[in-house]
Design a protein around this ligand. Structure first.
Ligand code: AMP
Length: 280
């Protein structure tokens, strides 16, 4: 009896598409959490949601090379597979999919990805080819896992909007949006935070706090472009960071906005040579 119980809660780690397909056959309401590993509480919140809402949960750990527009960034991306598997086992995840590149890119079928002019904003403007890589890999993974629900974080809001559009137009799967998890100094959790020194993590937390208060202060007032521009300069001077974009945009269509209602402040910046993004 004990042996059987252990068997039922055992997590399966799969490297090949065929093994994953076989393991998943016969199960309905499968939840999927795609990640690039170095798991933190942000990922864990997505996984817990999937475990709660779905019969079986698949977590993928795959650092997709095609979405990195910079080779060094890909090389230095944190990798912690052993620790990740420990976390996933403790959470009682059913299946972990950790493929090599050839497995994911085995199929020659490619969905046509065309980012329109209105999509080439925020990260799409500064990371050429990034979202094309993300959308392509998400379509491939969805085709392999065939989940009913895919859980993704608001932390990467532009990614979420674009992936949701492509996935829901091409597959039966639904993309479920999950709140951003922050640490106690308000810094959004991210695997890239591991690349920051302690002092820089504190700085990044102060920038997040400053923008949370900025949003609160202007809740009922117009936020003009000039106000945003002044805030951007202030943050750059105060924290010695290089801000790529600081923009207020509508949550639904990502059009520029001057009202906080239904909008978010989007931030992309470099702290030393580490690129961080957030939205408030
Ligand atoms: P990544 O491993 O960075 O590719 O992220 C995998 C998923 O976790 C994506 O859907 C992210 O949006 C989500 N995610 C990353 N950080 C957080 C966070 N702090 N809170 C919630 N979700 C997050």
């Amino acid at each position: 009896m004990f042996y059987l119980l252990k068997y039922y809660i055992q997590m399966k780690v799969l490297l090949r598409n065929s093994d994953l397909n076989e393991a998943l056959s016969g199960f309905s309401n499968v939840g999927f959490v795609p990640t690039m590993g170095s798991l933190h509480k942000g990922h864990i919140s997505l996984i817990k949601k999937s475990l709660n809402y779905c019969n079986k949960t698949v977590v993928s750990i795959f650092i997709n090379p095609t979405q990195f527009n910079n080779k060094t960034d890909y090389k230095k991306y944190p990798r912690n597979l052993k620790k990740d598997l420990k976390i996933l086992k403790k959470l009682k995840v059913n299946f972990v999919y950790t493929p090599i590149k050839n497995e994911v890119y085995r199929s020659k079928n490619k969905i046509k990805i065309h980012l329109s002019k209105k999509d080439k904003i925020l990260c799409a403007k500064y990371r050429k080819g990034h979202f094309e890589g993300v959308i392509d890999v998400m379509c491939r993974l969805t085709n392999i896992v065939k989940p009913e629900k895919i859980f993704m974080g608001e932390k990467d809001f532009q990614q979420l909007i674009l992936v949701k559009k492509y996935i829901e137009n091409n597959f039966k799967s639904k993309v479920i949006l999950c709140k951003t998890i922050r640490d106690k100094n308000k810094l959004a959790l991210s695997s890239r935070n591991l690349l920051l020194k302690k002092g820089d993590q504190i700085k990044a937390g102060k920038i997040a706090k400053a923008l949370i208060s900025f949003k609160k202060k202007f809740f009922k007032r117009k936020i003009t472009k000039k106000l945003i521009f002044t805030k951007k300069n202030e943050l750059e001077k105060l924290y010695g960071v290089n801000i790529e974009y600081l923009e207020l945009r509508n949550k639904k269509n990502l059009k520029l906005s001057n009202r906080i209602n239904h909008s978010k402040i989007f931030l992309g910046y470099y702290l030393k040579n580490i690129r961080l993004i957030d939205n408030f």
